[in-house]
Design a protein around this ligand. Structure first.
Ligand code: AMP
Length: 284
């Protein structure tokens, strides 16, 4: 049986989901408006579903795997297994109030009307904080609610914060931070473990590669030891002698986040001709 992978049929996660699958070597043969697509040369098919339907389809086993926002799994209280955070579509679920409203702490929400598309998550948050508020459940354009007199506050996803700003709202409480995740149906993890493990292996290799860079540079032989201590290498750096006596080329992998710091230090040690190359896949 083919592995069924659900992704958003449109919306924020669509492009990044397709791009991730392609980087994993899974070429989705889709055309606009299609609900299902096959993957050439691989025993899997893609289901294009509405974002808010994915958790239930995944829990019920209509899909074996899904790429979706963690926020929607939490909101739908779906009994599925989150396997991997995917590092894109980062956002936070926040409570925001009009800038002219007096706000000291979460208790300021007592007795207020809050518009949201995330009633379950908001209800739990309010209960944990002993706040009694009225929920106004709407499915979109939540940020407009205070302006049109529909609510006193809102609870919605925030990414850059520009939608809040444009609507004169101030972010007051961050309920949780979310990003796109790979999640699985719990029984598929047993019945289709080989296929799922293969996809997870590929995704991890792509994610790992995205966090790292391959660098190579020339260094006097007398500096190889001191420069090696600066490099947080996978095992130990590759050292290749240059034709020029007394010099070597040193190759290794470094974390993207440490990049500028390391480059500065190895330059001080005498590194020359530094090349930095992106990595497509990385299997540790
Ligand atoms: P922003 O102006 O970038 O803060 O985005 C806010 C708007 O985009 C809100 O209407 C949110 O509902 C929506 N939004 C932000 N991040 C996400 C996300 N990761 N997934 C789905 N919708 C989002």
């Amino acid at each position: 049986m083919a592995l069924k992978i659900a992704i958003q049929k449109s919306g924020r996660l669509y492009d990044d989901s397709i791009a991730l699958l392609r980087k994993c070597g899974l070429k989705v043969q889709n055309s606009k408006g299609q609900l299902k697509a096959s993957i050439s040369g691989y025993n899997a098919e893609i289901l294009f579903l509405r974002n808010s339907d994915i958790p239930k389809y995944l829990e019920d086993g209509v899909a074996d795997l899904a790429i979706l926002g963690e926020n929607i799994i939490i909101e739908k209280q779906a009994d599925v297994q989150v396997i991997e955070k995917l590092g894109f579509s980062g956002c936070r679920l926040s409570v925001a109030t009009p800038k002219e409203m007096e706000y000291t702490d979460v208790q300021s929400l007592n007795g207020k009307k809050i518009a949201t598309s995330y009633p379950n998550t908001l209800r739990s948050f309010l209960a944990e904080n002993n706040v009694e508020a009225e929920l106004h459940i709407i499915s979109g354009s939540v940020e407009i609610a205070p302006n049109i007199g529909l609510a006193d506050a809102i609870c919605d996803l925030v990414s850059s914060g520009s939608t809040l700003f444009k609507n004169g709202l101030v972010e007051q409480e961050i309920i949780f931070r979310s990003e796109a995740v790979l999640a699985a149906n719990k029984s598929s993890l047993k019945t289709k473990s080989d296929l799922i493990n293969d996809i997870v292996f590929r995704i991890k290799a792509v994610l790992e590669a995205a966090e790292n860079k391959y660098i190579l540079f020339n260094i006097p032989n007398s500096k190889i030891n001191s420069v090696s201590t600066i490099l947080p290498v996978l095992k130990s750096p590759t050292v290749i002698p240059l034709l020029e006596e007394g010099w070597s080329s040193l190759h290794t992998v470094i974390k993207k986040k440490d990049f500028w710091e390391i480059i500065g230090k190895i330059k001080e040690e005498g590194a020359q001709g530094i090349l930095v190359v992106p990595i497509e896949n990385m299997i540790i």
